[in-house]
Each structure stands twice: as C-alpha cells, then as structure tokens.
Design a protein around this ligand. Structure first.
Ligand code: ARG
Length: 275
C-alpha cells in the first residue's frame, strides 16, 4: 500500500522526570504496590524518551518534580490546551490532587489564558485534539476519571466541539490508553475499550482510523505521541509499530517498562502544549 508522505509538524511538549516515582498506592489496575520500581531505570528510560522527542526537533519543557507526588511523571494529566487557552486539571484521586497547581504555575509563566475547572478532569489523559478534523475537534473520554460535566465545560472554555466517548474497560481508564491522534486529522484506537455506541461514533467520525487490537492496548501501544509522521511508542508494542508503519507513519520505539508499573507509557508522560 502506498501513502502520500506523512509530514511532521514541530511540537512543544511538557514532561516531568520520575525522580519521585513509586507505586505506593493503586488507583488503576496496572499498579501493584508490592512490586518495587527501579528508580534508576525509570529515570534512564524517561531521559531516552525526552531525548528522542528533542532529537526529532521538538521543544521539550521540563516541570520540576515534587516529593510526595509519585505520579507527577504522568505530565499529560496536568492540563489540556488548545490555541493558547489552558483548561486546568482537577484530579479524581486525592493522591494526585496537588499536581494540578504545579501545572498551573508552569502556564502562569507563559502567555497562556488559564481556566480553572469546576469539574473533575485529568487533562490530556482524557482529552485529545485534532486541529484539522471537522475544523478542530476535541475527543473526550469518561467512565473512570473525567466527569462528563467537564466535557461540556471544556467545550465552553475552548470553543471547539467536544465529542464524549464512554470508556468501559477499567484497564483502559484514560482515553489516552485506548485512542491516540496520529496526525492533525486521524486517530488510532482500540474499539473494545469503548461502549458500542461510542464505537459507532468513532467509526462515523474516523472511517480511516487505524484500528488496534487487545494485544496493542495491553502493550500500551495506543499510549503514543505522534508529530504527524514519527510515532513514538513503547518497545513492547511491536504489533502497533507494524500497524502505524503500514499506515505510512514511522514508528520510533522507546523502552518504558518502569513507567508501565504506574499504568502509563509514552503519552501519559508527555503533555502537548498548543500555544
Ligand atoms: N498512576 C497514574 C494514574 O493512575 C497513571 C496515569 C497515566 N496517565 C495517563 N495519561 N493515562 O493516575
């Protein structure tokens, strides 16, 4: 199969090193508090991801990690921005609540319009943006973390249509574990992570989506970061790498085995900033 050449677009990202990363509480099915994490390996793997994105030509900002916030490495959850406006996060679990203020402080240093959320939402964990789909479309997940009321709130703050998608499998508790933007208009997703009605919505909106299977989802293959051409995903997700390659993208793999113990991978560790 031949494809027109996939064009990368330079991005700005925000990441937070796993200096205080541990699994000391379990708020998703992947977290096992009895299995120790290797902090040195976690940092080394994170640095590889950071350097991979920088070498692809992207700007990567780094947020100061905070003691007592072991999940802060999952920077995607801290906010969701579209066209210079930031919709802040409000975490579901008290263990992560304090992370939101550190993200807010980061945006306060730049030229962002920051909106405080009234409803529970976990930033880019449950929100994705496709600038060239239907004139600019937000996809939003609910069912485990983000309150569906936050979807309407995000639409009012960001001025883009928000399509609500219901997640039904606790292993795929955030939208970004089950769906990813491959470029400005197309997505890849694992259908069974969504309710039958939401699967219907996705197939109507994205007839050309790259469909992933359970093995891809289990390997956190959907938890990827793409610049429109280079698709950064974790090494374990070999089947997913093949699928994106067949669709004309270039898979770039990084080993993030330690972060998986927290229930996250590439995308969870990277927030995209949309000035
Ligand atoms: N331990 C974290 C939590 O359960 C993992 C977050 C993963 N982040 C993501 N964007 N899916 O909240």
């Amino acid at each position: 199969m031949s494809h027109t050449e996939r064009m990368p677009r330079t991005r700005t990202y925000l990441m937070c090193p796993p200096e205080h990363f541990t699994v000391e509480y379990a708020i998703n099915p992947w977290m096992d508090t009895t299995a120790p994490v290797d902090p040195v390996l976690a940092l080394k793997q994170w640095q590889m991801l950071h350097d991979t994105l920088a070498e692809l030509g992207h700007q990567v900002h780094v947020l100061d990690p905070q003691p007592g916030l072991p999940d802060m490495v999952f920077a995607a959850n801290g906010a969701f921005s579209v066209d210079g406006t930031v919709y802040g996060a409000r975490f579901k679990h008290p263990q992560r609540a304090a992370e939101a203020a550190f993200h807010q402080l980061f945006y306060a240093q730049g030229a962002w319009r920051f909106a405080d959320p009234a409803f529970v939402n976990e930033g880019e964990g449950d929100f994705a943006y496709l600038p060239n789909a239907y004139g600019g479309l937000i996809l939003a997940g609910y069912g485990f973390r983000t309150d569906p009321a936050a979807h309407a709130e995000a639409q009012e703050i960001l001025g883009r249509p928000v399509v609500s998608l219901k997640l039904v499998d606790p292993a795929y508790y955030h939208l970004d574990t089950a769906l990813a933007a491959l470029d400005d208009r197309n997505v890849t997703y694992f259908p069974d992570a969504f309710s039958p009605a939401s699967q219907r919505v996705l197939s109507q909106l994205f007839p050309d989506a790259v469909l992933a299977d359970r093995a891809d989802a289990e390997a956190f293959g959907l938890n990827l970061v793409s610049d429109g051409r280079n698709v950064v995903l974790n090494t374990e997700a070999a089947g997913m790498a093949d699928k994106v390659r067949a669709a004309g993208y270039t898979p770039v793999t990084v080993d993030l085995s330690e972060l998986k113990r927290g229930g996250g991978s590439v995308k969870c560790a990277v927030a995209e900033l949309r000035p």
